[in-house]
Design a protein around this ligand. Structure first.
Ligand SMILES: Nc1ncnc2c1ncn2[C@@H]1O[C@H](COP(=O)(O)OP(=O)(O)OP(=O)(O)O)[C@@H](O)[C@H]1O
Ligand SMILES: [Mg+2]
Length: 370
């Protein structure tokens, strides 16, 4: 099963130096505001992505007064092989090594092990514009369907060229010289996305039911142009407008997912806690679908999962994790009592205080002196 077995963190945010061993099931982390819980999850995420989920500025990740940060982790993937991963960053240079081999592209890491992140920014999935929901779809497709990346890349390359021609007012034949490839790749991208959402829906509904979610939530795919026309015809129809705008106004670059409750936008109806449950369910469903389709286990980083949830909802959510997610899970909370109280065998408890991370207990609450 994919898991991060060990991690050493040096000079990342307020964590000066920490060396940790993790459980392959639950890793429960608590500590006060500002103690370094999210920083620890960030370190795990960077190990899997080469970059943070909190902006791209390396300078803000490096501990004040220091010049670099270093992460060194040991991961086991589904093939049971062990990988040593090193990430070293200064504002000017990134050095990534896997089993001692220098990687020249941070994206090498991204396909290494899938990470499902739920954090306070996950609300953006409901509240922000469509690009984040496209990313959500595409994340799933990158991991599930290998050919998707190729079509997606072709589409974006053609779109860029077409937009550049439109912007500089080139003749119609030049502007439209990309259309055949654009239409072809658009069909692939759109079909994959639509299919992905269809396959995600049963998992999504299963989890909603498990939590006795108070509403029926509809997931609807929006392809990015009027559904009555094929993309070629739609491009014809909008060509004059696109010339005036200086870019291609319709297509998969406008795709979206509508989340509806009683035919209204979910974000306008749901309470904060209901939103939190919904975005959590969407992310977890992605992990479950990935597992179903590829056998790959994701690693789950659940930051501040308890906040905004009442006691009953929290317990239901923990019971859902227990029932559906057989994977390595990291959960943070400000208080120990907000964490799942059932320590399963092999789970571990960590306390974070001013950047110091202490392993408090492993299975059966056996306290360690550390
Ligand atoms: N580059 C940096 N160098 C040193 N400290 C930093 C740096 N960047 C952030 N910090 C501090 O590191 C601490 C840990 O932040 P972190 O977000 O991990 O806290 P947290 O435990 O998740 O808190 P919360 O419960 O509020 O989410 C904070 O006090 C923050 O101000
Ligand atoms: Mg935090």
């Amino acid at each position: 099963m994919t898991r991060i077995c060990q991690l050493q963190i040096d000079r990342l945010r307020n964590i000066k130096h920490s060396k940790l061993e993790f459980s392959s099931t639950y890793n429960l982390i608590y500590g006060q505001n500002g103690s370094g819980k999210t920083a620890l999850l960030e370190a795990l995420y960077i190990l899997g992505h080469g970059k943070s989920f909190r902006g791209d500025r390396v300078q803000s990740l490096i501990q004040h007064g220091q010049v670099d940060f270093v992460l060194y982790g040991e991961a086991q993937l589904d093939d049971e092989a062990t990988y040593n991963i090193g990430v070293e960053k200064t504002p000017y240079r990134t050095k990534i090594k896997i089993n001692g081999q220098r990687q020249h592209n941070a994206s090498e890491l991204a396909s290494f092990f899938p990470i499902i992140l739920v954090n306070p920014d996950s609300y953006d999935l409901l509240e922000e514009g469509p690009s984040i929901r496209r990313q959500f779809l595409d994340w799933g497709l990158f991991h599930v369907e290998h050919s998707f990346h190729k079509h997606w890349h072709t589409f974006n390359r053609c779109l860029k060229q077409r937009n550049a021609a439109l912007k500089s007012g080139d003749p119609e034949t030049i502007c439209r010289s990309w259309d055949t490839l654009l239409i072809e790749s658009s069909a692939q991208v759109t079909e994959s996305r639509q299919h992905y959402l269809q396959e995600l829906t049963p998992w999504f509904e299963k989890l909603l039911n498990f939590l006795e979610y108070p509403y029926q939530v509809q997931l609807k795919f929006v392809q990015g142009w009027s559904g009555d026309l094929d993309y070629g015809a739609a491009l014809n129809q909008s060509f004059q407008r696109d010339c005036m705008l200086g870019h291609t106004s319709i297509g998969p670059q406008r795709a979206d997912i509508l989340l509806e409750v009683y035919s209204k936008e979910a974000a306008e109806i749901l309470s904060r806690g209901q939103e939190k449950l919904l975005v959590t369910i969407l992310r977890l469903a992605q992990g479950l679908l990935l597992k179903e389709k590829t056998g790959k286990h994701s690693i789950y980083l659940l930051d501040d999962l308890a906040s905004e949830l009442d006691h009953q909802r929290r317990e239901q959510l923990y019971s859902l994790l227990d029932t559906f997610i057989q994977a390595q899970i990291f959960i943070t909370a400000t208080e120990q009592e907000f964490l799942p109280n059932k320590m399963t065998s092999e789970s571990k408890l960590f306390h974070v205080e001013q950047g110091e991370i202490t392993t408090l207990a492993d299975n059966n609450n056996r306290f360690l002196d550390n």
